[in-house]
Design a protein around this ligand. Structure first.
Ligand code: GNR
Ligand code: NI
Length: 167
């Protein structure tokens, strides 16, 4: 197992579009366990492969308090989305920035597990929001790109300031 390096916004590699996984081999299983370890260590409630510069459709999520309910989604597809949620979101790739984004409250996805078995998952609330946040990463989209141009500009200015102060 290994803790992987998480790309930080603004990094152009966060905008790459992830490819579907075609072979469910040992290297996929290694990626999933490394991603899970990276997410737990961060700590975060989700991680998309895009954030660790692997542009394959792989997501890990655990919204449980005990951190014992890992969900692995390979090649996820949304079957159904309904309702409205506005949970405050953060992102390991945009540290220190928190914003509510309009998301569906309930989500039904179809995906494969790390062994290549297909399943469907129905979720709501934080889990549903987190899956939508991670699926955005796979499309090369970071959560702040849901905000208005003005808000994004302010966030970019704050990030630049944070970077100057940490330098
Ligand atoms: O750790 C995370 N917390 C979070 C909170 C609300 C909505 C989404 C998230 S995902 C985030 C980890 C991350 O950046 N995943 O891509
Ligand atoms: Ni994120």
């Amino acid at each position: 197992m290994a803790i992987l390096n998480i790309l930080l916004y603004p990094d152009a590699r966060l905008h790459k579009v992830a490819e579907p996984v075609k072979v469910f081999d040992e290297s996929l299983k290694r990626l999933v366990s490394d991603m899970a370890q990276t997410m737990y260590a961060a700590p975060g409630i989700g991680l998309a492969a895009s954030q660790v510069d692997v542009h394959k459709q792989v997501i890990v999520v655990d919204v449980s308090e005990r951190r014992d309910s890992l969900v692995v989604l390979v090649n996820p597809e949304i079957l159904d989305a309904s309702g409205n949620s506005d949970i405050e979101e953060g992102c390991l790739s945009v540290p220190g920035i928190y914003h509510t984004i309009e998301r569906a409250e309930r989500l039904k996805v179809r995906a494969f597990d790390r062994n290549g078995n297909a399943f469907t998952l129905e979720s709501q609330g934080l889990l549903a929001v987190c899956i939508q946040h991670e699926m955005d990463h796979l499309r090369g989209k970071v959560f702040i790109e849901h905000l208005s141009q003005l808000k994004r500009q302010r966030i970019r200015a704050r990030i630049a300031k944070q970077l100057r102060q940490s330098a």
